[in-house]
Design a protein around this ligand. Structure first.
Ligand code: 2RA
Length: 351
């Protein structure tokens, strides 16, 4: 019998992207798609591949007969409900942070470590954070070829990583500064935003995001690191299977709506060249190489948003560091960074 796929969090922002991805898939192996959301959204009608479906309320019974349940919900909801789905016989593929670092839960990027989907003692598979995911197709491919030793990255993260409220805030701040000659005196952007009735204390960001960059994403952890920076370090180690990988990350929010970018400085065990790296990227179907600086061709988030692949460019051999590459990647944080990777894990499970 064709497998049954459930989408928990169907009415949320990532759930919507997931439905777009399902609509666009050429092969669709599922006998039934079940949309699940909070009781508040139950009864809503949504269309998947031309078929109108009624959203069911989250309950243990909603998982009966489900083979794979994809979770796009907050950590605390996943923490409670993914084990319930697994106990009812489904494999839970979870896009929250609840299980990522649990040693009994594989953290999977299909093009890097797909074999790990079989090693799931709790019946749960985790999907990485979008910042890690933005660069993982590239890092996995390079690691296989050259042996990764050290990773130093700076992220340029889009507002949508913070959810719909963060997107709304960015647009509101852009409206507030529109047509004003600000950005010429310390504090004038902040004043313009606050004068428009948008106090920074109400913002998901700790500083104005319009016409600015904010070197803080996530929450503050020990020794000045942010949760986002620690995720990049810990998740990269787990996905690549290098427990002692040296990683240093600085995560920065930029006034982009969707698509995270990462500047990568990667040190390898073996000699690397730009040509060899280009070959590795070109051989990886989920990577698009856009690297012709003489023609001013390189990836930018504005050109990548809505796309499935990871875009890579500005590949350079580091001048002062042996066996080291510097490059720039862009990945849509709602697609490969969230919904697409989760769906690809579900596909890998049925294949
Ligand atoms: C962010 N990576 O961009 C987070 C979302 N999971 O805020």
């Amino acid at each position: 019998m064709a497998p049954v796929l459930a989408l928990v969090g169907a009415t949320g922002a990532v759930g919507g992207v997931m439905i777009d991805i399902m609509d666009a898939r050429r092969q669709f192996p599922w006998g039934e798609v079940r949309l699940i959301a909070s009781a508040r959204s139950a009864g809503r009608k949504m269309t998947v591949r031309g078929q109108e479906l009624t959203v069911q309320a989250l309950s243990p019974e909603a998982f009966d007969g489900v083979d794979i349940a994809m979770f796009d919900v907050p950590d605390e909801v996943s923490k409670e409900w993914a084990p319930i789905a697994a106990a009812r016989g489904a494999v839970a593929v979870d896009n929250s942070g609840a299980f990522r670092m649990n040693p009994d839960v594989p953290l999977v990027v299909p093009e890097v470590n797909v074999a790990k989907i079989h090693d799931r003692p709790l019946g749960i598979i985790a999907n990485p954070n979008c910042t890690t995911l933005s660069m993982m197709a590239a890092m996995g491919a390079l690691h296989r070829e050259f042996g990764l030793l050290e990773l130093v990255v700076a992220s340029y993260q889009a507002a949508s990583g913070g959810g719909q409220a963060a997107i709304d805030r960015l647009y509101a701040e852009l409206d507030a500064v529109h047509g004003k000659q600000v950005g010429v005196r310390a504090g004038d952007v902040r004043e313009a935003v606050e004068a428009a009735g948008l106090p920074i204390s109400d913002s998901p960001f700790p500083a104005p995001l319009a016409m600015n960059v904010v070197p803080f994403a996530g929450s503050l952890k020990d020794d000045g690191w942010t949760s986002e920076e620690l995720k990049v370090r810990n998740e990269s180690r787990k996905i690549l299977g290098i427990p002692d990988l040296k990683v240093s990350a600085t995560c920065v929010r930029v006034p982009v709506v969707t698509t995270h970018s990462v500047a990568v400085h990667a040190v390898f065990e073996h000699a690397v060249t730009v040509e060899a790296a280009h070959k590795v990227f070109a051989a990886q179907p989920s990577i698009v190489l856009v690297d012709d600086p003489a023609a001013m061709r390189f990836p930018t988030p504005a050109d990548v948003v809505g796309e499935d692949p990871t875009y890579v460019g500005r590949v350079r051999q580091a001048l002062d560091f042996p066996n080291t590459l510097d490059f720039f990647v862009c990945g849509d944080n709602l697609r490969k960074g969230a919904a697409l990777n989760t769906y690809e894990i579900a596909e890998a499970l049925v294949n």
